[in-house]
Every structure is written in structure tokens, then in C-alpha cells.
Design a binder for this molecule. Structure first.
Ligand SMILES: [Zn+2]
Length: 424
């Protein structure tokens, strides 16, 4: 561990740069880096990495580079404008341990904007909170990693090991951005992802699967509805059956999630169907997101889903002969439990304590993060640790600035502790 004078200087340097950090975070949050529209925000990150003295590798995510790899999730969208950005500090004579600081630039849709108190892509600060879609999840954390590095450089210090700052796409739907970074060869002895964790460390995360259920019906005039088959109303029993499967999964316990009442959430999250109000609908498609335990076999989960839907469809005379189709695209993500990470966790605990005076708390996540790629497929412990945020994926998403400052200081101390520092 470094001496306390150096730790104090590092914390002060982060605090001194924090106004600029908030401005940069706010400007980045103003860019609507929704799926397929991440490129301009990634350009901003590339410029910022370059300005911080990092060597920038901006590359397109190519399906052919990753589709054969474990952890890949199939997609139905184009990757024509899908850019990742990595900023590398390569130590001329590495003496410390290497580090990846990874964050995602993509944000989820806003929902009806009139239900936000202020426009979601016009960020503003109110009290301790920065409001705006994507500020909490996770641009504040993505930017914290950069400003932690900048604070060290501002002190005339340079990390004594290689550091890769990664700004990736696709975290919210597949993880293929993080996977593409692995495929490109980036490796380190630890990875930190400053997702909005409320300044705790994620000890475990569930897996996540997305699937679509596509139903057919028989369209007739509603005047003779009894002779048709309603594809939308036929979906309700299938949804109920899937929720029974969810209950069964939750009744099975997993040691990493023992403290949680309901770790595996299954939600019907999108639905489309029908063409005309006076026609019995001929089609319905609904999207489902479900959680699954670490160690679950994805193929076995798919078979359970398919059996569940097939059995429920048997009760419907039309569906019995026209079985619903199940399509998988988006997350096919395994769960992840942090392990073989004693040295990494101890270093993060030291850094966290030096800022907060408190021991590092650990939490379990009922969602997924890109940490699984590092941990499961590259043998790199993936430490998810970031600021306090509220209402992520909801209205009036916000991130605490005081928390973001503490996390930035903790990351700067972690870099100095893990990688070591030397005079530039
Ligand atoms: Zn996130």
C-alpha cells in the first residue's frame, strides 16, 4: 500500500478535477447513445482518451470476429456503425499488475419523455444529483475511470503497468462489445467496471436470457370472432405458464443468492400484434427477459422454456396445431460469481476504505454486467464497483455526484495500488 501522503495527494487531485469531470459527464449524457447511435459518443470518448495521453484503438465490432466465441449473443440488428474505443497506457518497463477499466456507452430507451420531469437528454444538476438518461448507467462510472487516470497524470505520476480504458457498446442487450475487446486480445490481471453499485462490490450476478414468442392466429371479422383464433388473447396463458416456470426456478436456491427472496426475474417486456381493430388478430409477438443462476446450462434453460410454452399451447385448439415459435436474440448471458480474486478485492477494499473510512460491502446483482466476459472467458476477475444511482432504466434517472467523486478517488487509489505509480 502507498503511504498516506500519496493517497491524500491523489484524492485531492481527483477533487480538484471534479468540476470538469461533472461537465464532461453531463456533456456525454446529453448524447443519446441509444442502440445503433453510439458512434458520436464513442468519438467523444476517443478524443478524451487521446487528450489524456492514451493510445487510442477505435474499432468496429465485427460479428465474424466474435460469433464463434463463448458468451456471444445473437443479434437481429446491423453492426455497421458499432464502434468500440480502447485507450491504452503501455508502461515502458512494467513492474506492477495490469488493469482493465471497462464501461459501457450504450443507454436504454427513455420511455414516454413527457413522464420525465426534464428532458432525458438535457442533463441537469439538482443538489447532489446529475439527472439524465444514461448518467447513472453508466456514463458517470465510465468517465470516473478516465478522470481517475487523469488525476494521476496531473500529479506527474504514471502507472507502472499497462492499463486499458475501454468504452464499449452493447452492454444493455448482448455484451458483444466487451466480447469484441476480448477477441481483439485485450487482457489484464484485473478488470474494474464502475457500474452503479452504490459503492459496493458485486459478488455475483445472475445470467440473463432474452427470447421472443411468436404466435399465429386465424383472422376473421370480429362479427364472427368465434370462428377465428385470437393470437393476442392466446398469449396470456403462455405468459402465465412462463411465470410458473419462473416460480419453480426461484424455489431452487443458489448459494450465491441465498439472501434474496426472488433473484430470478422473468418479465414480458414488449408485445406487438394484430393489424386492425375489427379483425381477430392473426399474429402476436412478445419479448421476454428472464434471469438464470450461475452454472445453469443455457441449452437446458432453453429446453425448459420451449417445453413450458409447448405444453401451455396444447390447451389452445388452434395453437396445438400451430405451435408458437421461439426465437433467441439478445442476451444469452451466463451468470457469474466473483472468485479467485482475493488480491483484487483486497486492493479495492484498501482503496475504498482510504476514501470512505468504511469496509467494502458486497452485493449480489439480479441483473447482468459485462464482468462475466472477463471472469468466465478470460480468467480475469471482473470487479463491478461504482457510484450510487437511482431510477436507472426508469424516469428521472440520476447519479449522486458526491458518490461519483468518492468512486473516482477510490479508482485512482486502486490504480496506484494495483499497478503502482512512478514519476512520469
Ligand atoms: Zn450498466
Amino acid at each position: 500500500m502507498m503511504d498516506s501522503t500519496l493517497a491524500d495527494r491523489i484524492k485531492e487531485a481527483v477533487a480538484a478535477g471534479f468540476d470538469e469531470q461533472v461537465r464532461f459527464t453531463s456533456d456525454l449524457t446529453a448524447l443519446p447513445s441509444l442502440r445503433g447511435r453510439e458512434a458520436p459518443a464513442q468519438d467523444v470518448m476517443a478524443r478524451a482518451y487521446r487528450a489524456a495521453g492514451l493510445a487510442v484503438d477505435r474499432f468496429k465490432v465485427e460479428l465474424d470476429d466474435i460469433r464463434h466465441l463463448p458468451g456471444f449473443s445473437p443479434v437481429a440488428v446491423s453492426y455497421d456503425d458499432a464502434w468500440n474505443v480502447v485507450g491504452a497506457h503501455r508502461a515502458p518497463d512494467p513492474r506492477g499488475r495490469s488493469l482493465i477499466l471497462n464501461g459501457h456507452i450504450d443507454v436504454v430507451p427513455t420511455g414516454p419523455v413527457e413522464l420525465w420531469s426534464a428532458p432525458p437528454f438535457q442533463p441537469h444538476v439538482e443538489g447532489d444529483w446529475l439527472y439524465g438518461r444514461g448518467g447513472g448507467d453508466m456514463k458517470a462510472g465510465l468517465v470516473a475511470a478516465l478522470y481517475a487516470f487523469k488525476a494521476l497524470r496531473g500529479l506527474g505520476l504514471t502507472p507502472a503497468a499497462d492499463i486499458y480504458l475501454q468504452s464499449v457498446i452493447e452492454e444493455e442487450c448482448t455484451g458483444n462489445g466487451a466480447l469484441a475487446c476480448l477477441a481483439r486480445g485485450y487482457r489484464a490481471e484485473a478488470a474494474v467496471i464502475p457500474e452503479p453499485m452504490g459503492e459496493a462490490l458485486a459478488r455475483a450476478q445472475v445470467g440473463v436470457m432474452w427470447f421472443q414468442v411468436k404466435l399465429r392466429g386465424r383472422p376473421v371479422h370480429v362479427a364472427v370472432a368465434g370462428t377465428g383464433a385470437n393470437a393476442i388473447e392466446a398469449a396470456y396463458p403462455l405468459m402465465s405458464a412462463l411465470h410458473k416456470l419462473e416460480a419453480r426456478w426461484n424455489a431452487e436456491k443458489h448459494p450465491a443468492f441465498a439472501g434474496l427472496e426472488h433473484p430470478l426475474n422473468l418479465v414480458v417486456s414488449r408485445i406487438e400484434g394484430g393489424d386492425w381493430t375489427s379483425s381477430v388478430p392473426a399474429w402476436c409477438t412478445f419479448d421476454v427477459r428472464c434471469g438464470l443462476y450461475p452454472g445453469s446450462d443455457l441449452g437446458a434453460i432453453r429446453r425448459e422454456i420451449e417445453d413450458c410454452v409447448r405444453q401451455a399451447a396444447q390447451a389452445n385448439p388452434y395453437l396445438a396445431n400451430t405451435p408458437p415459435e421461439i426465437v433467441y436474440h439478445g442476451f444469452q448471458a451466463e451468470g457469474y460469481v466473483l472468485q479467485d480474486a482475493d488480491a483484487q478485492v483486497a486492493a479495492l477494499d484498501r482503496s475504498h476504505r482510504a476514501v470512505t473510512g468504511q469496509p467494502l460491502q458486497q452485493k449480489t446483482l439480479t441483473g447482468t454486467t459485462d464482468a462475466r466476459f472477463f471472469g468466465l472467458y478470460a480468467g480475469i476477475p471482473g470487479l463491478v464497483y461504482g457510484p450510487q444511482a437511482e431510477s436507472i432504466h426508469g424516469y428521472d434517472e440520476r447519479v449522486s455526484l458526491s458518490s461519483t467523486l468518492r468512486v473516482t478517488q477510490a479508482i485512482a487509489l486502486f490504480i496506484a495500488d494495483w499497478c503502482g505509480v512512478e514519476a512520469a
